[in-house]
Design a binder for this molecule. Structure first.
Ligand code: NAD
Length: 486
């Protein structure tokens, strides 16, 4: 039997439109399943065109209301209050996140919910300091710019870091005075449902934050809607492409954070202890379901065997299982569909010539839940699908390399370009190599170290635009330049 008893009860999820929870007009719902137990947690209202229309109508009305005109200090205080309320309800939100995703409770508590609150605290501070440009052109004219919200923004998100990623978009969108329609992933609807109420409790006027639950079709109804001005999307590359098409006729502003197949490059002069400790996290944290995970590991040949021996030994020590157990390192994959996708790659790997050094199968002895053993694969060719495609589970491939040029060539031989890590004791090499990696975020001798002011996002098929600090503000605002002749 799984799971320690919990006092927090799962919730049924309704849409949130104009400050009210509402079911779908046609009563349509779908089941929300706990991936660790396969038990039904509750039902989720499935939004259709009608709910999307209502939510956008509410947001459209609210964009003309008090929110965008509110004194900056007051709007900032409301954002701060949202962060405070998230922290006040941290245990409840963390439990809901874990029941929805299957990730360890300690991770939900210390990473997902903490960061969700910080997203609001950060932008509450940041928004106060945002200024605009002004230029004096000799004695001819003065030019200055004024900013205004983009308008109604659709926020569409995936299941891997549900509250963290929703707040990463919602906080700057609100800070800049926009109104929104959120569409959380159908697989993880609970924390966003609570977040909507938290926004109202903190003083956000009705109609500013709306939410519609549902599948891809619900998202598509938002992205093609003529009254939506911009779409901020995080999810799969193919979905990004579909959204771009749907948004084209009405020329919406787009921000995309998409998939990745991130390299982790380990040179022989790196500190092996640090490498192993961080590579364990960058490979298997959140069941490998982090867009930034380093799932393609390249190791300089002279330390290849030593690395593998140590990495495999530490990976075998990871405790996989009950997300509510504080000793669990790796929980359940998010859904049956995703579990089957990951297992299909584990079937494929030996056919492509790969060898499992550990893992390669569902967790032994588990009868319920979507648990997969942390898996390390060697022996694969650089063109194998397991090396090239995003598996998004606790599965890494390891390949040896001989020279800097050779590894760079392999690392950049992909249509993805989200993030990369590299490990070396040689400062010159660190900068030289980092500057040549085609990725939006590159870590040297670390991983996942973030400062929310820095640009976050991917190049190539991993994204369009950047989030974070000024970059988020650029996306969620429109500028007008005003010129006065002297
Ligand atoms: P997904 O693209 O399947 O779904 C994401 C969201 O889009 C969901 O809410 C879904 O309902 C909605 N959606 C699906 N089809 C749609 C359509 N046609 N129009 C509008 N909305 C639609 O992604 P997922 O499986 O939920 O998440 C995993 C993916 O997210 C991985 O590829 C991962 O790399 C990526 N991701 C990227 C980042 C990043 O910052 N770059 C962060 C986290 C996850």
């Amino acid at each position: 039997m799984l799971a320690t008893e919990t006092k927090v009860k799962p919730i049924d999820c309704y849409h949130y439109i104009d400050g009210q929870y509402v079911p779908s007009k046609n009563g349509k719902t779908f089941e929300n399943v706990n991936p660790a137990t396969e038990e039904v947690l509750g039902v989720v209202s499935e939004g259709g065109k009608e709910e999307v229309d209502l939510a956008i109508k509410a947001a459209r009305k609210a964009i003309k209301g008090e929110w965008r005109k509110m004194p900056l200090r007051k709007r900032s205080a409301i954002l701060r209050k949202i962060g405070d309320l998230i922290l006040e309800r941290k245990d409840e939100l963390a439990m809901l996140e874990t029941l929805d995703t299957g990730k360890p409770l300690w991770l939900s508590t210390n990473v997902d919910i903490d960061r969700a609150a910080y997203n609001f605290h950060f932008f509450a501070d940041y928004m106060i300091s945002v200024g605009n440009e002004a230029y004096q052109q000799d004695d001819i004219a003065i030019h200055y710019s004024v900013s205004r919200p983009v308008g109604v923004v659709g926020l569409i998100n995936p299941w891997n870091l549900p509250l963290l990623l929703m707040t990463w978009k919602l906080a700057p969108a609100l800070a800049a005075g926009n109104t929104v329609v959120m569409k959380p992933s159908e697989v993880t609807p609970m924390t966003a449902t609570v977040l909507a109420q938290i926004c109202t409790d903190a003083g956000v006027p009705d109609g500013v934050v709306n939410m519609v639950h549902g599948f891809g079709e619900t998202g598509a109804a938002i992205t093609s809607h003529p009254d939506v001005d911009a779409i901020a999307f995080t999810g799969e590359t193919v979905t990004g492409s579909a959204i771009m098409k749907a948004a084209a006729p009405t020329l919406k502003k787009l921000s995309f954070e998409l998939g990745g197949k991130n390299p982790n490059i380990i040179f022989a002069d790196a500190n092996m202890e640090d490498v192993i400790e961080t590579t364990l996290r960058s490979s298997f944290m959140n069941q490998g379901e982090v867009c930034l995970c380093g799932s393609r590991i390249y190791v300089e040949r002279s330390i290849y065997n030593e690395f593998l021996e140590k990495f495999v030994a530490k990976t075998k020590e990871l405790k996989v299982g009950d997300p509510l157990d504080p000793n669990t390192n790796v929980g359940a994959l998010v859904s049956k569909e995703h579990y089957n996708k990951v297992l299909s790659y584990l079937e494929l790997a030996p056919q492509e010539g790969g060898t499992f050094l550990t893992g390669g199968k569902p967790l032994e002895g588990s009868e319920k839940g979507y648990f997969v053993e942390p898996t390390i694969i060697t022996g694969l060719g650089r063109n194998s699908r397991c090396v090239r495609e995003e598996i998004f589970g606790p599965v890494v491939t390891v390949l040896p390399f001989d020279t800097e040029e050779e590894v760079l060539e392999q690392v950049n031989d992909t249509h993805y370009g989200l993030s990369a890590s590299l490990w070396t004791g040689d400062l010159k090499r660190a900068h030289r190599v980092a500057g040549q990696i085609e990725a939006g975020m590159i870590w040297i001798n670390t991983w996942f170290l973030r400062d929310l002011r820095t640009p976050f996002g991917g190049m190539k098929h991993s994204g369009i635009g950047r989030e974070g600090g000024a970059h988020s503000f650029d996306f969620y605002t429109e500028l007008s330049n005003i010129t006065i002749k002297l």
